[in-house]
Design a protein around this ligand. Structure first.
Ligand code: HEC
Length: 189
């Protein structure tokens, strides 16, 4: 009998907790705005989900070949087009709207970001990160382009503004090769 009473108490407590959670979710009291730092519990849940998910899915992703200079140059051009607006670049600020996101997009040359593996970068660029403003780019850039972005990100910490400016001027991209977005468009007659 005692066991039954304990079981009923446990079930009743669980039901109450579930009801309280349901009532909270429906109450509108959760502040969904992006321009306010979330509470500790939310930050812990999101960072745990993110870290565990990345560790589980990216462990065996490695670059198909070592990064060379033309690959870095190709990555730089894509970066200037698609990433700089949120993450900034050497000597360049992100667009003002990026500071209204939560989390604010980090500088990708920072030691904490560079601690991530090549596989994590590749995966995040392709699939994006839920609960953040990081978009998934696999529909826009093929694997080669995404690896070129990773190659460029690895060079970021040592790049001076002048090096970056030179890279994004298109110098260094093999003119006879593919353009940064696949085959160059057929030129006129
Ligand atoms: C609309 C804004 C936006 C754009 C555009 C964007 N990002 Fe992000 N990115 C973010 C945000 C926000 C995060 C999440 C940061 C966090 O979790 O703290 C992020 C995270 C990342 C991370 C993971 C950083 C880490 O903490 O390990 C990488 C790598 C990254 N972005 C690369 C890129 C690349 C490469 C591009 C361009 C192809 C790009 N991003 C374009 C907003 C953006």
């Amino acid at each position: 009998m005692k066991v039954l009473r304990v079981a009923i108490c446990v079930l009743a407590t669980l039901a109450l907790v579930a009801l309280a959670a349901w009532a909270y979710l429906h109450s509108g009291r959760f502040d969904i705005r992006a321009d306010q730092r979330p509470g500790g519990l939310e930050q812990w849940i999101v960072s745990t989900l993110r870290d565990r998910s990345l560790a589980r899915q990216t462990g065996d992703i490695t670059p198909p070949e070592p990064f060379d200079a033309p690959t870095v140059a190709r990555g730089a051009l894509i970066y200037a087009d698609a990433c700089e607006l949120c993450h900034g670049g050497p000597g360049r600020q992100a667009e003002p709207f990026a500071y209204g996101l939560h989390p604010v997009p980090p500088s990708l040359d920072s030691p904490v970001v560079q601690d991530g593996t090549d596989g994590e970068f590749f995966w995040v660029i392709g699939n994006g990160l839920r609960f953040t403003g990081m978009p998934a780019f696999s529909g826009l850039y093929d694997e080669e382009d995404r690896w070129a972005l990773v190659a460029f990100l690895r060079r970021l910490p040592e790049l001076l503004p002048a090096d970056y400016a030179q890279l994004i001027s298109g110098a260094g991209v093999d003119p006879s090769g593919e353009g940064p977005y696949g085959d160059p468009p057929a030129s006129g007659p």
